[in-house]
Design a protein around this ligand. Structure first.
Ligand code: PLP
Length: 396
């Protein structure tokens, strides 16, 4: 009686959400589960942002499709402060999570999608849902899984004028690695040469452990869209607020996305948009919250790295976000004896036998037999950890 769209057939529900539901189910059955699957911030939303949400709970009207003007101004100010750019409120688009904005970007734009392997679980399925072709760009563990300008050039050289979007995500989900200024500059130069649209996914920018996160938009301002939101640095994933910041040259693309938004979700919830102003305006309390978040994540990330290395896995030290991406190929023979030959089977067996939930490398673009996995080191009490980090610093 009905036919499912062919593009959707064969796509599993989002890998991270699937593992989260399975972990919750096992927990509800009384099993002791360590949830290292879903990449959700362990920290509470900063108090002033929660207060702003409460103060605006009565705001009930539909808001403008591109977002509340005062929030767009606040985000422009945030980007100008942190990236020394000169954007204005008209450059900012608000949506219900950056995931939704990424999806409507792909709907609005005609061209191929380029993503480094490994990349976040949702970019490729989103492209497949709308029938767009995906080109995975090779990266290598020895090189911290970073895309190089040379590899990008090789792919783009073939049919140089083809319209393409490159998504670059740093600090990276799933590797926790980020790029140096020189690497960003080199990639920016290739992007300009081939007139790529560069979607710079900086959702973890504020949780880079050391040094200041810098956007590639500094080096390719005319072609870069910055993507960020409240989910990862303000702990508010479930509030669903993401934002894209466009250069003037790409305002037509922003307008096209707004048409799709107007015919689909209309706008992000009003109280959330008012509350987000408090987060993006910043202040001493937000700075302190971010400082302690980074300290905690760095300590946990280093612990994960050292334990996994000691165990014999090959793993890069995370520089930001809350992920590590170990390779367990050293255990290939041992696992094969237990008939475990794919990352999916490895993760399944780990969950069933030890109660540890992690995500297989196959969800991040690898062939099934690449014995890697992503661990999200977020299964701890974030409120306690922030308090301890603060006390530790003040010597209490
Ligand atoms: N980009 C990356 C790399 C992510 O890891 C996530 C969430 O896991 C998102 C985008 C989407 O975040 P949100 O839709 O909550 O803004």
């Amino acid at each position: 009686r009905f036919a499912i769209n062919l593009n959707v057939r064969g796509i599993q529900p989002s890998a991270t959400l699937r593992i989260n539901e399975l972990s919750n189910q096992l927990k509800a059955e009384g099993k002791d589960i360590i949830k290292l699957g879903l990449g959700q911030s362990p920290f509470p939303v900063p108090q002033r942002v929660v207060d702003a949400l409460k103060d605006h709970a009565h705001e009930k009207d539909y808001l403008p499709v591109k977002g509340l003007k005062s929030l767009r101004e606040s985000i422009a100010g945030y980007i100008n402060r942190s990236e020394r750019m000169r954007c204005t409120w008209e450059d900012v688009l608000i949506g219900p999570g950056s995931k939704e904005l990424l999806f409507i970007l792909q709907l609005a734009y005609y061209g191929d999608l380029l993503i480094p392997r490994p990349s976040w679980v949702s970019y490729a399925p989103q492209a497949r849902i709308i029938g767009r072709s995906v080109h995975w760009l090779p990266t290598h563990a020895e090189n911290n899984w970073q895309l190089t300008a040379e590899e990008l050039d090789i792919i783009c050289r073939d049919d140089a004028s083809r319209p393409r979007i490159l998504i670059l995500n740093y600090p990276s989900n799933p590797t926790g690695c980020t790029y140096t200024d020189d690497q960003l500059l080199a990639i920016a130069n290739v992007a300009r040469k081939y007139r790529l649209i560069l979607l710079s996914d900086e959702i973890y920018g504020e949780v880079q452990f050391d040094g200041k996160h810098k956007s590639i938009a500094r080096y390719y301002p005319e072609g870069t869209i910055i993507s960020t939101g409240l989910s990862k640095w303000a702990g508010a994933g479930g509030w669903r607020l993401g934002t894209f910041i466009f250069p003037k040259e790409l305002h037509a693309l922003q307008d096209a996305m707004a048409i799709i938004a107007s015919e689909t979700y209309t706008s992000t919830s009003a109280p959330t948009q008012y509350a987000a102003i408090a987060a993006f305006d910043g202040g001493d309390d937000i700075e302190e919250y971010l400082k302690q978040s980074r300290r905690v994540l760095k300590v946990v990330g280093e612990y994960m790295h050292s334990r996994l290395s000691a165990m014999g896995a090959v793993v890069q030290k995370p520089e930001g976000a809350f992920y590590v991406f170990p390779d367990f190929s050293n255990f290939r023979d041992e696992l094969a004896r237990k008939d475990i030959k794919t990352s999916q089977a490895f993760c399944q067996s780990l969950l069933e036998n030890t109660g540890v939930a992690i995500l297989p490398a196959s969800d991040f673009g690898f062939a099934p037999d690449h014995l890697g996995a992503r661990l999200a080191f977020v299964d701890f009490d974030g409120a306690d950890a922030l308090q301890l980090a603060g006390e530790d610093q003040t010597g209490q």
